[in-house]
Write a protein that binds this ligand. Structure first.
Ligand SMILES: *[C@@H]1O[C@H](CO)[C@@H](O)[C@H](O)[C@H]1NC(C)=O
Ligand SMILES: *[C@@H]1O[C@H](CO)[C@@H](O)[C@H](O)[C@H]1NC(C)=O
Ligand SMILES: *[C@@H]1O[C@H](CO)[C@@H](O)[C@H](O)[C@H]1NC(C)=O
Ligand SMILES: *[C@@H]1O[C@H](CO)[C@@H](O)[C@H](O)[C@H]1NC(C)=O
Ligand SMILES: CC(=O)N[C@H]1CO[C@H](CO)[C@@H](O)[C@@H]1O
Length: 860
């Protein structure tokens, strides 16, 4: 089958016919050698057949379509049927200057075969070019004889009537394509399409390996009367080879029925794509522009979104939404969902909840492998379009422990597989597994493919429904710890919970803490976020979003939100927020059994000056507190014993009324201790905790509070080695004792920062009021303790004011309205001290440097 390349011989044999152009022209082809095979057009010499119809070029509207000449089409068909798929032999008699070649063509391997020109003339399908005939040429003479015979027997074009009936009625434009398709019963179009690139090479590739060989055939399927099978040859299988060489692409529908290993076929195609061979020469992989580390990575699942996407946390700490490649979650067609405000896709779309739960239980909080398959470009919605706009989507295959989550979803019938155009590469790298999983799910009637009624979730949403919440509250309170799934995190301390047992949704606020508020849209405009509100929210999300938790509901607020404690794997979220310096302890926590843990967590954060405590200074917080003071100053003096005065001008008092009760309590406790002597050193000291110690002065046991200042409960104080401490007898709860000795400091006066100046004041206070009964009134709260005024029990003179009048201290000017009367009184006292040039005023009014000398800060 070789075309001679040297034209010395003008006979060419064994040539495969490629195409019949017309009744008198054919094309033959050689073998492909690293490119398209060489072609030669041969026109038959000595004869003429009619010209085929031609459509006028559309660029030249003045030209008209030319119809078939009579018998032109019949001549072409005669040749086509005789020659196609066969080998021919031809001679070249004339080669023109323009490269046209004229000759004789014989059917078969040599010139003994049927002479094509003669057959045409014989059938009356061609006329002889008598003008060029030379009498001595026997071939030409034979042609003339044959033409005469055809004429005589009225064959072909020699039939009476001129053969107008052989002219095709060609239409180049179909006026009603719909009717046309219907009338043709949707028959496949006949092979008038131009061949795709590499078609001939592919055919040759297959022919040269398989034609007339013994092969084995595996029949796979017969869609639409077509038998689909695999051809196996000892040297390999042609399907795989064609794919590997870039001669073919995988076809999804038939891949699904292929039993010999679809993955090998995909791998063959993939290899061809990677090498960019033949049909893939311009191929660009969907993820070609991505770094390897962005294409494949391990990440932690933070959230399952609907049923086809997850939010993962990358190593960098960033969050990223990943869509599962090539699957479509359950959905509802139609408009109801948009109209109905109560429509909640996750519960209302059949199988959406099951799908989400399946995924959530498998992967939430876990590390997964992500392989990005493609990036779906953003779609913009035009004004006329009803299709919503989508942002760009990263679509990936997500696996855990080798299980492809998308495949698992599909096989449960919780998702379906997206169908693509054949050449659409934007799809899962495990697409065939998805298709196979879907086929199984359909066969087994799973989920969406089930004939059973769809499961309905009647979930009552009682968040914000005060009435319903009120009815539900006692039920939850009695339940103790209840199971819940965190559906949504609004802020660090505000969550939406799904209660699976009760099948309801509630809004839940964390008890015991004050969490920084996020920005809020208020009637008066946007309220700015408090510092660390975002951090607190991220903390809560990371710990609990979509996790199974336990909640203890304690109460409810006016808006129908439940308040309580939330536990996850032994962690109390309120405590965790406080320990991480993302929340403060709220005073209402005092009643709870978590109070101590909360307080010590808070103290640790404050000492670290961590996050919300970063700028923590006593004064600043105090000012915040002032704003929250009530309107009226309350003067409600009660009798106390001042038991101790500290170096920082704080003091401790004991209520006169409860003093006797306390003595009784101590008596009982000492009796108990005597009966069961505690082990000294049995107590591990913790700040803020209570314990007992054998007091060296009298050898009796006393209760101590190990507070920040390491002070005591009763009116004794001693530095005790921790080996002498013992655990408090269990019967005497610290709560009973806690209130007994209370720390205060003076309102309206500044504590001198200079140690000597301060020591003078403390000395005079010790002299005047220690171990004395006084009257005490709380003026305002403070950071470590309340700020109070003290009056001498007998004269009812104000102790602090006396110090001011003596010129011992400066006034602390409070800004609160309701305290102004007191402040004025104190300032008047200060004026008189100044006038009399007492103590700190002995040089007259302060200048800044004088203030420093005395350790005062001047307040402007
Ligand atoms: C050769 O054949 C082609 C195709 O039918 C035709 O268009 C052309 O006119 C022929 N040439 C001659 C000189 O007959
Ligand atoms: C092709 O056939 C060979 C055996 O002839 C077999 O080993 C191979 O797995 C087949 N490949 C595919 C993709 O079916
Ligand atoms: C991720 O894939 C690697 C290798 O493919 C495997 O060793 C590892 O166990 C996988 N990790 C997870 C979480 O599935
Ligand atoms: C206190 O300790 C002393 C010795 O350190 C001991 O003699 C005394 O009995 C102890 N008191 C009580 C009440 O245990
Ligand atoms: C009772 C309980 O669950 N307490 C936990 C509260 O949270 C802290 C940590 O954040 C845990 O240490 C406690 O065990």
């Amino acid at each position: 089958m070789v075309l001679p390349t040297t034209p010395n011989a003008n006979i060419y044999c064994d040539v495969p016919l490629f195409q019949v152009l017309s009744g008198c022209a054919i094309i033959v082809r050689g073998q492909p050698r690293g490119g398209p095979p060489p072609e030669r057009q041969i026109n038959l010499s000595n004869i003429r057949t009619g010209a085929l119809a031609r459509r006028a070029p559309q660029s030249q509207p003045d030209q008209k379509d030319t119809p078939d000449e009579p018998y032109a089409f019949q001549a072409r068909e005669f040749l086509r049927k005789m020659l196609i798929g066969k080998e021919v032999c031809f001679t070249v008699e004339v080669k023109t200057a323009l490269g046209r070649e004229y000759g004789m063509v014989y059917l078969g391997r040599d010139t003994t075969g049927e002479n094509i020109a003669e057959s045409l003339v014989n059938e009356g399908l061609a006329t002889v070019r008598r003008e060029g005939i030379r009498g001595n040429n026997p071939d030409q003479a034979r042609l003339c004889d044959l033409e005469d015979q055809a004429k005589a027997s009225k064959k072909g074009m020699w039939t009476e009537g001129g053969g107008t009936n052989t002219i095709r009625d060609l239409k180049y434009i179909i006026e009603n394509p719909r009717n046309f398709v219907d009338s043709m019963h949707q028959k496949p179009a006949d092979g008038t399409e131009s061949p795709e690139p590499f078609a001939a090479e592919a055919k040759f590739f297959t022919e040269s390996r398989l034609l007339q060989r013994d092969v084995q055939i595996i029949l796979e399927s017969c869609p639409n009367q077509v038998i689909l099978g695999t051809v196996l040859h000892p040297n390999g299988n042609i399907t795989e080879l064609l794919l590997k060489e870039g001669f073919a692409r995988c076809v999804d529908w038939s891949m699904a029925v292929y039993t010999q290993g679809a993955e090998k076929l995909r791998a063959g195609e993939k290899s061809a794509k990677e090498r960019k061979v033949r049909i893939w020469k311009d191929y660009v992989a969907p993820t070609a522009n991505m770094d390897q580390k962005d294409r494949q990575f391990v990440a932690k699942v933070m959230q399952v979104v609907n049923a086809d996407a997850v939010v993962v946390k990358l190593n960098s700490g960033e969050y990223k939404t990943i869509h599962l490649s090539s699957i479509r979650p359950p959905r509802i067609e139609g408009e109801n969902k948009d109209k109905d405000k109560r429509f909640r896709p996750i519960y209302d779309i059949p199988y959406m909840f099951e799908a989400r739960e399946f995924m959530r239980k498998k992967i939430i909080g876990k590390k997964v492998n992500v392989t990005v398959d493609y990036i779906r470009a953003a779609t913009s919605s035009s004004e006329t379009s009803t299709i919503p706009a989508f942002a760009e989507r990263t679509c990936a295959t997500v696996t855990i422990g080798g299980i492809n989550i998308a495949e698992a979803l599909v096989s449960k019938g919780f998702a379906t597989v997206i169908r693509y155009r054949q050449d659409d590469d934007q799809r899962s790298s495990h697409y065939d597994e998805l298709l196979a999983a879907e086929a199984r799910a359909i066969k087994n009637g799973k989920g969406l493919h089930s004939k059973k009624e769809v499961p309905i979730h009647r979930v009552a949403d009682i968040s914000g429904e005060t009435q319903k919440a009120k009815q539900f509250l006692p039920f939850l309170q009695r339940a103790g710890r209840s199971e819940a799934v965190v559906e949504y995190v609004f802020s660090g301390s505000r969550l939406k919970l799904y209660m699976p047992k009760e099948t309801c949704l509630i809004t839940f606020l964390l008890a015991g803490i004050e969490c920084p508020r996020g920005s809020r849209n208020m009637p008066g405009g946007m309220q700015v976020a408090e510092p660390f509100s975002d951090e607190a929210m991220a903390f809560t999300k990371e710990l609990v979003l979509q996790r199974e938790v336990e909640v203890e509901v304690e109460s409810m607020d006016k808006a129908g939100n439940f308040i309580g404690w939330l536990h996850i794997e032994g962690v109390n979220l309120s405590v965790a927020l406080v320990e991480n310096a993302l929340s403060k302890v709220h005073f209402t926590a005092e009643r709870s059994s978590y109070y101590k843990t909360l307080v010590s967590g808070e103290e640790a954060s404050r000492l670290r000056k961590d996050k919300i405590w970063a700028n923590y200074e006593e004064k600043k917080v105090e000012e915040v507190v002032h704003v929250m003071e009530e309107k009226e100053r309350t003067a409600n003096y009660r009798a106390v014993y001042v038991t101790e005065i500290t170096d920082t001008m704080h003091f401790y008092t004991q209520d006169v009324e409860t003093g006797t009760q306390l003595e009784n309590l101590m008596e009982t406790m000492r009796a108990e201790i005597a009966a069961q002597p505690p082990v000294e050193g049995s107590y591990a000291a913790r700040r803020g905790d209570y314990c007992i110690a054998n007091f060296s002065a009298d050898g009796e046991w006393y209760v101590f509070c190990l507070s920040v200042t390491c002070t005591f409960v009763f009116d004794y104080r001693e530095i005790v080695p921790s080996t002498r401490l013992a655990v408090i007898p269990p019967a005497f709860s610290t709560r009973t004792l806690a209130a007994q000795a209370t720390e205060y400091t003076f309102a309206y006066i500044q504590v001198p920062q200079d140690e000597d100046a301060r020591a003078d004041v403390v000395d005079s206070l010790v002299r005047d009021i220690q171990n004395t009964q006084c009257l005490l009134n709380v003026e305002h709260s403070g950071v470590t303790c309340p700020h109070v005024t003290l009056q001498f029990a007998d004269s009812k003179d104000d102790v602090g004011l006396s110090l001011v009048k003596e010129g011992m201290v400066m006034v602390d000017v409070r800004k609160e309205k309701h305290l102004q009367k007191m402040v004025t009184e104190y300032l008047n006292g200060q004026e008189s001290a100044k006038t009399a040039r007492l103590n700190i005023w002995r040089y007259g009014d302060f200048r800044d440097d004088d203030a420093d000398e005395f350790g005062y800060k001047l307040k402007k």
